[in-house]
Design a protein around this ligand. Structure first.
Ligand code: UDP
Ligand code: MG
Length: 324
């Protein structure tokens, strides 16, 4: 029998977890495969971890990976993928915005041999106009700038992959600055899209402010495109051409030099601003290089619950559950 791994990232979700468990328990009879539920607790400061612990005590197919602190949603997803043992892996949020009712449909796509299943959001009821518009603009910009991949607009952090794609993400995509849904779309293989309507959050509030999303967008563009780095060359060529035109114009018209004062000031301001923008862009790339160079771990695990085997960082005294 095939096995499905469902990876759920959890950060301060005490308001929704019980609703999630109920919804999942209701869907279990419709899941044809064996399954494991991997909750990745991303350093929650509320009661999420104790609530998860009570659930995994009664459902031995549910497991917990708990981080030593908050490492972010991307790290939580990759940690879940790292320890998933299923033939198919689904990543989804804990707040029920990603409908569990899609799971049977995802399984039938996996059975059809699809290795990457993008869940495309038709509408996002809880995202405001600005969030929806900026998400649209973000995908447009990344797709224009990136030569390596084309991203589905409205693809979300809700997706399913085969065991083979999971292995590739586990072994070959260990960058510290991550954009998992981008990796999933750029690995290739047979892929398909399913659509869903993002529901309202079942409780609590979103952890992604517009500022956080903006930072995330900039680092993703930097990850996928070296075009911004080349802007310097283009800006240089354009300003040199403008300079030559201005020079020829001055020669031809024999204009009186001091009268060009305003032009000079404008030109200097313009060129300096171009220069600063380019230095800023280079700074962003250096920051990415620096964090890769430091080679710090993507996440640090404090404890794991209900896993049947040891991991390289499992403490000696940690109880391993066998025969799940
Ligand atoms: N999340 C996480 N770490 C974080 C922030 C969020 O694991 O630092 C989880 C969160 O618990 C949820 C998912 O990532 O399951 C998506 O977060 P959220 O719902 O706040 O984002 P939105 O749906 O508003 O984009
Ligand atoms: Mg959400």
């Amino acid at each position: 029998m095939y096995k499905l791994s469902v990876v759920i990232s959890v950060y301060n979700e005490e308001a929704v977890l019980n609703k999630f468990f109920n919804a999942f328990d209701n869907i279990i009879p419709k899941i044809k495969w064996d399954y494991e539920l991997i909750f990745v607790d991303d350093g929650s400061k509320d009661q999420s971890l104790p609530i998860l612990s009570t659930y995994v005590n009664r459902n031995l197919k549910a497991k917990i990976v708990s981080f030593s602190r908050n490492f972010g949603h991307e790290a939580a997803m990759i940690a879940g993928i790292d320890c998933a043992t299923g033939d198919g892996i689904i990543c989804m949020d804990a707040d029920l915005q990603h409908p569990l009712e899609c799971i049977p449909e995802i399984i039938s796509k996996l059975e059809d041999g699809y290795e990457v299943i993008n869940m495309i959001r038709l509408s996002n009821k809880s995202a405001g106009f600005v969030k929806n518009l900026s998400s649209h603009a973000f995908y447009k910009v990344v797709n224009i700038l990136s030569s390596q991949a084309s991203f589905e607009e409205n693809a979300s952090d809700f997706f399913a992959i085969s065991k083979r794609v999971g292995d590739i993400l586990r072994n070959n995509y260990r960058e510290k600055n991550r954009f998992l849904r981008g990796y999933v779309q750029s690995v290739g293989f047979k892929k398909t899209n399913l659509t869903y309507n993002a529901a309202e959050r079942a409780g609590g509030s979103s952890h992604y402010s517009l500022r956080k999303l903006f930072r995330f967008s900039i680092s993703t563009i930097i990850l996928y495109s070296d075009f911004p780095l080349k802007l310097g060359v283009y800006a240089g060529v354009i300003s040199a051409t403008l300079g030559i035109i201005a020079l020829i114009y001055t020669w031809c018209t024999y204009s009186n030099a001091p009268s060009g004062y305003a032009t000079i000031v404008t030109l200097i301001c313009f060129l300096f601003s171009v220069l600063f923008v380019i230095i800023g862009i280079i700074g962003e790339y250096i920051a990415v290089l620096f964090s890769e160079l430091k080679d710090r771990p993507i996440y640090i695990v404090e404890k794991r619950v209900n896993f049947e085997h040891r991991f390289h960082d499992t403490p000696k005294n940690e109880r391993i559950v066998s025969g799940i």
